[in-house]
Design a protein around this ligand. Sequence first.
Ligand code: XMP
Length: 319
Amino acid sequence: LWTPGNIIEDAIRAVREQVGGDGVVLGLSGGVDSSVTAALLARAIGDQLTCVFVDNGLLRLGEAEQVMATFARHMGVRVVHVDAEARFLAALAGVTDPEEKRRRIGNLFVEVFEEEAAKLEGVRWLAQGTIYPDVIESAGARTGKAKVIKSHHNVGGLPERMRLGLVEPLRELFKDEVRRIGLELGLPHDMVYRHPFPGPGLGVRILGEVRKPYADILRRADHIFIEELRAADLYDRVSQAFAVFLPVRSVGVTGDGRRYAHVIALRAVETVDFMTARWAELPYAFLDQVARRIMNEIPEVARVVYDISGKPPATIEWE
Ligand code: XMP
């Protein structure tokens, strides 16, 4: 019988049998899959688990604090919080090509994770939040972005280099099953039903060169958009929504004069499989409210636009 409780019990038994008394390391991203894996392993093996959370400086507003609060404070999981913002920004300085940005972010992530994992004693296993669709995807011949996604999320090559065995307790589960298990394990609803967030994070939502001030502006704008979506009960009705930072300047007027500042694009899509998508027909009054708040609260933004491009031909992300 498929119930979240049964699946959890089976998974716990299997993990305990697999790892015995060894230590396990997990790269925690704050996404659904790694979060559910962390919660499951915490229940199965307690303090044999160490999570490594790499803060690349390209996360959403308050995300690092939220991950630490949920896992370290509430669930008592040991989480190593690595503040690697400066390293990521340095690696991205002067880089404008989207694929090169992805490559650098992915490589540095693996490097930082590996450094931290190497410091841990008694670790024999690497846990990953691989789910069934990932297994199928890796089996089929895919090119381009899909491959990049895999290599980023699954810390490619690391298990062999570090001589770690793999623990993948969600390998046979679909996304909706993973979510139900997450809820059963006590993870917050908002975390379990969060929109997908790309591994390279805000790195691919700041067009062109990534700079810290741009990331800070984007974080604030994105937060306003998401906050308003939740307040209007629209968050769960779109598949993915986010803000994009355009490093161009546009003229505007304010009470005390002229403003010459940046542009924020809002993107919201409806999709089943993320392979094709329609732009979400959000109410005009709602968009108006979001745009006003962004321009009022963030002086560095002079204009807000809404993206009405479908996929194809546009992709969901701007880079
Ligand atoms: P696109 O932009 O290709 O996005 O239409 C489809 C879905 O994939 C996500 N995405 C990524 N996820 N690493 C990831 O982990 C990436 O490099 C990446 N690029 C796109 C995107 O957010 C959307 O959900």
